[in-house]
Design a protein around this ligand. Sequence first.
Ligand code: UD1
Ligand code: CA
Length: 454
Amino acid sequence: MLLDVLVLAAGKGTRMRSELPKVLHPLAGKPLLAHVFNSVATFDNAAINTIVGHGKDLIQEAFADQPLNWVEQTSQLGTAHAVLQAIPAIRDDAKVLIVYGDVPLIKSSTLEKMIGGVDNDAMALLTVELADPTGYGRILRNKEGEVTGIIEQKDATPEQLTITEVNTGVMAMTAVDLKIWLPKIDNKNAQQEYYLTDVIGLAREAGRRINTYAPEAVEEVEGVNSRAQLVALERYYQHQVAQQLLDSGVTVMDPSRFDCRGELSTGQDVVIDINCIFEGTNQIGNGVNIGPNCVIKDATIGDNVTIKANTVIEGPVTLEDDVQVGPFARLRPHTVLGQGAKVGNFVETKKADIGPGSKISHLSYVGDAKLGSHVNVGAGTITCNYDGVNKHLTEIDDGAFIGSNTSLVAPVTVGKNATVGAGSTISRSVPDDSLAIARGKQRTLDSWKRPEKN
Ligand code: UD1
Ligand code: CA
């Protein structure tokens, strides 16, 4: 059967105190709304309609590359009014699933169960037991345990306020039912809003069963109204990811100091020390050791790689097996380190293809460079890749040795097994097996006395 998903996202999010629309605030590196879209994207024959109002342009722009329908709600008169705006977009022969754009961690499995609970005689409602139900709509049930209504906090009697089963806001019904019920909802209540929760009473009148479902965890249905709630959900999410990694053979030294903002796949016997951040898409092999305080983005990492403390990787970057990086290294886009290569402290690389077994151990900049295998680059070596207008390539062949404090003025080539003397400025190519030295000759004055202070 067809499924029309309605994502409610027109609210202002006043309590975020932000210029950014609430649903664009990131959780695990992605907008809240993107999480909701991901959860519903798994359903076949589904069309996603998002109801937007505040920050509409920014929201639409953020998802411009996706096949989504946008429905505008110009003034926010309540959740039923929001859904009403989408009625023309809803297909008559569909089931309708209503979710909130600011409830990011809702699971597809929970929604799937609910959709299964909808037919011509029944609608589905997601409820949850909360120790502190303050602010939520309370679920009213009769003696038989059937749901008879939802009463909002502001409209509830003191007795109703003691009910701990609350409305999550997520519900599903047939399009036919919804289209009949919605126009009947008025705003005669404490907030003078059109309450979507009033559909429950109308469903009862129509003789529909109300099937209720519960999420696996409360966090699944927790909304983000404030930054405090946002970071609390972030920690919950990160803890879940860390737990999955632990289960799969990765030692996450401290799950409360671990952040994955994207996709991370790992082999076995990987150790991740504290305060590491993984962004984008990272693939990590077996036996990899990652020291504390590393930021790793879009990296493909082979087996038995060691990344020492405070290394920053801005991919796309590829590290083949047995590579060693850091501490304090910065690998920028299009760095490839061949098997067993080593990049040490205070080394920056960019567009650098560094062959197997090559070493850049200390204090260097290697950019727009192609290094063969077993090249040794001494401390303080700089590839001068930029002439102020264009970038040029430095090529260093297998087995070459670059002495410390060398400037390689690109375009330039250093041949196979060639040697460059320390302190050289190399601006002409160096043939294979040769020695190039380009530095001022040393003069030594015997018995020279320093001037004395007057
Ligand atoms: C709503 C429910 C309440 C439930 C709670 C769960 C109603 C009347 N109440 O209350 O029973 O316990 O959610 O969080 O439905 N929105 C619009 N347009 C509007 C109003 C809201 O798009 O005119 C969107 C908001 O952006 C938000 C969602 O709907 O994503 C919920 O709105 P909110 O004002 O937070 O509803 P609550 O009063 O919390
Ligand atoms: Ca809310």
